[in-house]
Design a protein around this ligand. Sequence first.
Ligand code: SF4
Length: 276
Amino acid sequence: MSEAPPETSGNLAVESRAAFAAWVREAPGGRRFAQVLIRRQAPDGYVLCHVDDAGADDLKVYEDPRAARELSKLTEKGEYRPLKSSPNLRRGWQLRVPDDGGLATAMNYLYPAAVVHWHLYREDRLEITHYRQNAARQSGIYKRVQRLSDKGVQNAARACCEDAVCLKKTLWDVDEQLPLEMSRGEGEIPCPEPCSIFVSFARQVRLFEREEKRDLDEIGLSRSEKEDLTTLVRAAATGEMGFTREAEFEEPLNERRLRYRNLTLVPKIAPEAGEG
Ligand code: SF4
């Protein structure tokens, strides 16, 4: 379960790289692309840094575009980043690249395939694959995502894809007839198809749906809902609150799992509370 490879070959890559470089060059103050700020550096180069480091002068400087690979790998806390579009890019670095080619290489490590998708979207040529089409192609342990209800897809997308947890703009829908009802994001990077992280999360949500049908207790809670509540209260009581790793959806304190519980469990136990 990994994202698209960092390199894209062929004319499309060349075309996208040129369009992206032109887009950056025409903005005097630079361009923001997800969490990266890109500014021109005369004569032909570019300087990249985290958007929150725009005014910092104590950044560690790198001059090889391939350094972006390491910079994008781990969070500030040293945890692996399985989804490069999550808003957890580490800070403290500046990357100077000599030309358009260096810029494309760096961007492909920071946000794999994003420049090509950005270009195709601007040209109205980006193909969209909706959830049901994507699910129909799944096999093995992921085949069960085909049975996820429409409501489950909606809640999974809101928990997994909004800007708080992913900076891409969600373009796909449940299917051609049923749009996603969510905030699709403000970012520059389009998301044309459910990614592997989403499919994995959808599988977890499908497990919750099956559990709901099987065994609810007298107050209507499933076993995993009770486990999650217990873990949450204990973590708060002992001061050990903190999210588990990004793609560990089987863990009660996973951020996306908690966002899903906020959408589905809170209304069940406290309908008057509404959405938080
Ligand atoms: S499917 Fe969702 S989580 Fe995955 S890249 Fe697209 S918007 Fe982000």
